[in-house]
Design a protein around this ligand. Structure first.
Ligand code: BTN
Length: 244
């Protein structure tokens, strides 16, 4: 990953650029599109992604997971977020968790967001663009739910060095997926899942309830056991929000 590195000083969104590059047959798997200044970064649920120019990593990896069944799509979210989590562990950041589906948290704050966009033909994936925004040196954010490596470690970091380490870790997890290590990958993901087996407040469909995250179902939906009825229900991304 990153053997073919496409650097643009500024762009709207590296995901959009990467999706365009996928249309060229000459673009190899593992191509990384990266920018210093992403002006219209896109996030999950139609949100935007803000990053101060030159302070953070905003990049997209082009994958061609032709080996993956469509039903296992969620494994892409898992391996990308696990790769980033592995990178944090290697850098001795121990209080890091993956907040379903794929936010990487340190403590209660978000360090990294991931947006995966797939291109499918028939019943196979042709291309998958994994867009990653990871806060590295930025110290001030518009909301108090974000953090950065600089804030967590107290030191400044070199973007190039961090990128190389991240790509190594993500590639290792991608290779695991290619080798069909589904059980290992899923169990590592569940081991690091934010709020798992803890009682918390959620909201779904206008109703607040307390419950416990017990895992994910076979489609990658979040399984939560309600505290009042003990009933277990699985939720899609748009169907549930975390409260406290
Ligand atoms: C989220 O947490 O909502 C996902 C944020 C993903 C942001 C990254 S930054 C690089 C890539 N390009 C984009 O437009 N979005 C992703």
């Amino acid at each position: 990953m990153g053997g073919n590195l496409v650097f643009v000083p500024e762009c709207h969104s590296t995901n959009t650029l990467a999706l365009q590059l996928c249309q060229q047959s000459s673009t190899p798997e593992g191509t990384v599109v990266i920018t210093n200044n992403q002006t219209a970064g896109r996030g999950q649920r139609g949100n935007s992604w803000e990053a101060q120019p030159g302070m953070n990593l905003t990049f997209s990896i082009i994958l061609k997971p032709v080996f993956l069944d469509l039903k296992d799509q969620f494994y892409l979210n898992i391996i990308i977020s696990l790769g980033i989590h592995d990178y944090l562990i290697t850098n001795k950041i121990s209080n890091s968790h993956i907040k379903w589906p794929n936010d990487v948290m340190v403590g209660r704050k978000k360090l990294c967001g991931i947006l995966i966009e797939n291109q499918i033909q028939g019943s196979r994936f042709t291309n998958s663009v994994a867009g990653i925004g990871i806060n590295i040196n930025q110290q001030n954010f518009n909301n108090d739910t974000a953090t950065s490596l600089r804030i967590v470690t107290g030191t400044e970091h070199t973007l190039q060095h961090e990128l190389e380490q991240l790509l190594q870790k993500i590639e290792a997890r991608y290779l695991q997926l290619r080798q069909n290590a589904y059980a290992k990958i899923k169990s590592d993901y569940l081991d690091t899942l934010y709020w798992k087996n803890e009682l918390h407040e959620f909201t779904s469909n206008g109703e607040n309830f307390s419950g416990v995250i017990i895992g994910i179902d076979e489609a990658g939906r979040l399984s939560v056991q309600r505290n009042d009825t003990q009933e277990v229900k699985s939720f899609d991304l748009k169907e549930i929000s975390y409260l406290q």
